[in-house]
Design a protein around this ligand. Structure first.
Ligand code: IPE
Ligand code: IPE
Ligand code: MG
Length: 250
């Protein structure tokens, strides 16, 4: 039986987050430079977006560039920024056709002006689309995001807009750039690395983590189905015991 038909449509994650890793190694294995791998990663993005929309996933967050990635060689950073501009330009039509909204989280003021403008245009154009939201984590750092949220909350408290004794988990969630989105139930990382790399630390508190050896440029719809099937076989206990989760037969 193929993986897609094994998916229980009643138990889909509402939000899937992906650390798209392994482009450089993929390229190197074929005797090419790292940028070649990033270019081929675009096909995997397209496949993942399409498969998620077809299944009825509501939010798909793709980690495309971390704040730490700014420390890579300038040539690679420039190529990635250029690829971003070109990809967004060419994909907006498809987003419109498929009723997909584009959102961005991250320290976007660090991006070159051209990339920022292109992103702003694409977000504006797709803002009323309803089927699915693709969130690009760009120049993103979770520690930065949490720090910013705390700074904002402290300012609001100082200005008397909120009472410090009333601050709760929801207050923090509401000050993150993912405000209003459900937390990801499933986080996928490709390329065999098993770490979080400063990605959605707060939001992933209870996510199921799925690691695959597949390098990002090789990732296809079938790989996503496989991850979802694996996720659906897990028991999410949230601190309880198994007997409290399973439907009781009386
Ligand atoms: C992920 O692939 C893409 C970005 C971080 C932009 P990498 O470029 O990290 O590829 P590897 O991990 O070096 O193979
Ligand atoms: C994490 O990948 C960021 C993205 C996928 C955009 P990296 O390949 O940069 O992560 P580390 O630094 O090796 O953990
Ligand atoms: Mg990497």
């Amino acid at each position: 039986m193929d993986k897609k038909s094994q998916i229980d449509r009643e138990k889909l994650p509402r939000h899937i987050a992906v650390i798209m890793d392994g482009n450089g190694r993929w390229a190197k294995r074929q005797g090419h430079n790292r940028v070649f791998g990033h270019k081929h990663g675009v096909t995997a993005v397209r496949e993942t977006v399409e498969a998620s929309a077809e299944l009825g996933i509501q939010y798909l967050t793709l980690y495309a560039f971390s704040t730490e990635n700014w420390s890579r060689p300038k040539m690679e950073v420039d190529a990635l920024m250029e690829l971003l501009v070109r990809t967004i330009k060419s994909e907006v039509k498809t987003l419109m056709k498929n009723d997909i909204r584009l959102a961005v989280i991250g320290k976007t003021d660090m991006l070159p002006e051209r990339s920022r403008n292109r992103l702003a245009e694409a977000m504006e154009e797709t803002k009323n689309n309803k089927r699915m939201t693709v969130v690009l984590a760009l120049s993103y750092s979770s520690k930065w995001e949490i720090t910013e949220a705390i700074r904002q909350i402290a300012e609001d408290a100082k200005a008397g807009k909120i009472n410090p004794t009333g601050i709760n988990e929801q207050t923090l969630s509401d000050h993150l750039s993912t405000k209003g989105m459900p937390d990801p139930e499933l986080m996928i990382r490709t390329s065999g690395e098993q770490r979080i790399s400063n990605f959605l630390l707060w939001q992933l508190a209870y996510a199921e983590l799925y690691f695959t050896e597949t390098l990002w440029p090789d990732f296809r719809k079938e790989h996503l189905y496989e991850a979802i099937v694996d996720y659906q076989q897990r028991e999410r206990r949230f601190g309880k015991i198994s007997e409290q989760i399973k439907p009781q037969i009386s």
